[in-house]
Design a protein around this ligand. Structure first.
Ligand SMILES: [Zn+2]
Length: 364
């Protein structure tokens, strides 16, 4: 009896000479094969897990046209042009628990274009989907136009919003040209998720700002209203104020951005410079710090989490510090160690990934 099925296209089909056997007809052959294989499995009535990884939304649309296959997990990439009705049909599939959508914004190069708006008829649909785990990968900016999508799941527990910086940058540039300040748009990017505030337990969130972004903005109480949130992953520059990139609208400490339900916080360092700004060819040892370094304010902020553990964040037990792909750039000085020890002494495990500079690295 088959209980679990995973259909994945991991690579192009290669013949015995190493050539792609599907050249020239790859897409229709792949689509046809995976479609037919899935249809054969419709009759397995005891499936607990039926994962389906397809190249395009078009395959899902074809499958769902006249049937409700017992799929529990779907992963697909959106083409440059798509219909929201087709995406809504995927959300509506009763058995579906996990959904991965890639490329939910189609930049038609060379001119950047926003995605097609969700039709009015789909705006007032609420709680029609059983999806609990949603990933939006290689996504564009979260703007108000996409908000109705987050009303569809009745109990979404995990959201992974991983924007592609190249797709978001034109949006942030437009806002900046128009208003001279992106503060409101930053707050808005989280208000878009308002329908999920009382359900979401895990959130991975990024703004998709360009990594060399240097203009400061003000924020509200960013994640505070997500009352069930136990695990949050976000850029350190968004949540905390010591970098000087973001500031509170209300003159509140940074931790007012966080919900008191939090158990695990992962901070990603996404901006490349200025935690330890140095003149070129500085004589300072690369392991040395200056008291004026913004990095010290960062670790002061982190140690206030240890103090707050007695009150606001009693469930917090893990802090993860991690880089975001490029080389690490914080000095691991004794001030940093002291702050992290404060956390450990208050039963907050500190998971340290690649955040600190190696001694051989030069200043940038
Ligand atoms: Zn120091």
């Amino acid at each position: 009896m088959i209980r679990s099925v995973k259909l994945n296209w991991l690579s192009e089909y290669v013949d015995k000479d190493g050539n792609n056997a599907l050249v020239g007809r790859a897409k229709p052959v792949e689509d046809h094969l995976i479609f037919k294989t899935a249809v054969l499995l419709y009759e397995c009535h005891y499936l607990k897990e039926f994962h389906f990884n397809m190249k395009s939304l078009a395959v899902a649309t074809a499958m769902l046209k006249d049937a409700s296959p017992p799929l529990t997990s779907i992963d697909f990439s959106l083409p440059h042009r798509y219909n929201w009705e087709d995406i809504y049909r995927v959300f509506s599939l009763p058995t579906l628990v996990t959904l991965v959508i890639r490329n939910l914004l189609s930049p038609d190069r060379p001119a950047f274009r926003f995605p097609p708006p969700i039709p009015d008829g789909l705006h007032d649909r609420h709680a029609i989907s059983n999806i609990q785990d949603l990933s939006l990968l290689e996504c564009g900016p979260l703007t108000q136009s996409i908000s109705p999508l987050f009303q569809w799941p009745r109990n979404l527990q995990r959201l992974n919003y991983s924007p592609a910086r190249s797709k978001c940058e034109p949006y942030w540039r437009t806002i900046l040209r128009r208003t001279g300040d992106i503060s409101d748009a930053v707050d808005l990017s989280l208000q878009v998720l308002a329908p999920l505030q009382s359900a979401l337990q895990e959130l991975q969130f990024d703004l998709g700002l360009d990594r060399h972004w240097i203009l400061p903005f003000r924020t509200g109480r960013l994640f505070e209203s997500f009352t069930k949130l136990t695990k949050l992953t976000a850029p350190v520059e968004l949540v905390m104020y010591s970098r000087g990139l973001s500031r509170s609208r209300y003159n509140l400490p940074f931790y007012n951005n966080l919900p008191s339900s939090l158990q695990g916080l992962e901070l990603k360092f996404t901006i490349l410079t200025s935690w330890h700004s140095r003149p070129a060819h500085s004589d300072l040892d690369t392991e040395a710090c200056l008291i004026s370094d913004p990095a010290h304010q960062l670790f002061d902020e982190l140690s206030t989490l240890a103090i707050q553990k007695d009150g606001q964040f009693s469930g917090l037990h893990r802090l993860t510090l991690t880089g975001d792909g490029d080389r690490a750039f914080l000095v691991r000085c004794r001030h940093a160690d002291d702050a992290l020890k404060d956390l450990e002494d208050n039963d907050v495990q500190v998971v340290q990934r690649d955040w600190c500079r190696q001694s051989k690295e030069a200043w940038i």
